[in-house]
Design a protein around this ligand. Structure first.
Ligand SMILES: [Zn+2]
Length: 210
């Protein structure tokens, strides 16, 4: 009978143990990364920053390495308002990873000049049956109609993402039939999260509005 090779070969169940370990590691990392990122007011962000010495970096898992970094302003500077605050994972003395973490006001739409309140005014206009041009004008964003058209197209492209996210919040069933799937999505958004639905989406789901 041939002898089994000795040494650190794959033990029975070893692969399974490894995959369970990797799963637990991923789960642990996922929990670490679930840091609250959207807040209603600057004071709410400040409250969180008080606990920075005990916080864990979502990038590298280091505890106590996060320090205040800077404020994030709307284009045009401080007079146009705060968008959020950034903290830095201090990599001096080999502690952290040098990454940054941003805490956002829920009225801020990341990567866009538009504010959540302005976008919501546009949505309410569209829902009221106004044309894209009129709804954009009434939203008083100060931006061109071209941006309005792009914003509308973005709704069309991302409506399935919005619908999927809202599904987890058990949205109410719509009464009556909507003309298009987009108007149904926007109506569900408003009926689930209220008249400030865009910022409520970011604060409730802790995700950027698509
Ligand atoms: Zn880090």
């Amino acid at each position: 009978m041939p002898l089994k090779p000795r040494g650190p070969g794959p033990s029975p169940g070893g692969f399974r143990k490894n995959s369970v370990f990797l799963f637990e590691l991923r789960l642990f990392h996922h929990i670490l990364c679930r840091m609250k990122r959207y807040f209603d007011t600057e004071n709410d962000i400040e409250e969180v920053l008080e606990y920075l010495p005990e916080a864990v970096c979502p990038h590298c898992g280091a505890r106590g390495a996060l320090v205040r970094h800077d404020n994030i302003w709307r284009s045009g500077g401080a007079e146009n308002g705060l968008r959020g605050k950034r903290v830095f994972c201090d990599n001096r003395k080999g502690r952290g990873c040098g990454g940054t973490v941003a805490f956002w006001l829920s009225d801020t739409l990341r990567g866009r000049c538009l504010r959540a309140a302005e976008l919501m005014r546009f949505i309410l206009g569209v829902l009221a049956g106004s044309s894209v041009w009129k709804a954009w004008k009434n939203a008083e964003t100060g931006m061109t109609i071209r941006t309005g058209c792009r914003t509308f197209t973005r709704f069309v492209d991302t409506q399935s993402v919005i619908r999927t996210e809202l599904f987890g919040l058990t949205p109410p069933t719509l009464q009556g039939k909507e003309k298009t799937s987009l108007s149904a999505t926007l109506k569900i958004l408003k009926e689930t999260l209220g008249v400030n639905a865009v910022s409520a989406y970011q604060k409730t789901l802790q995700k950027t509005f698509p």
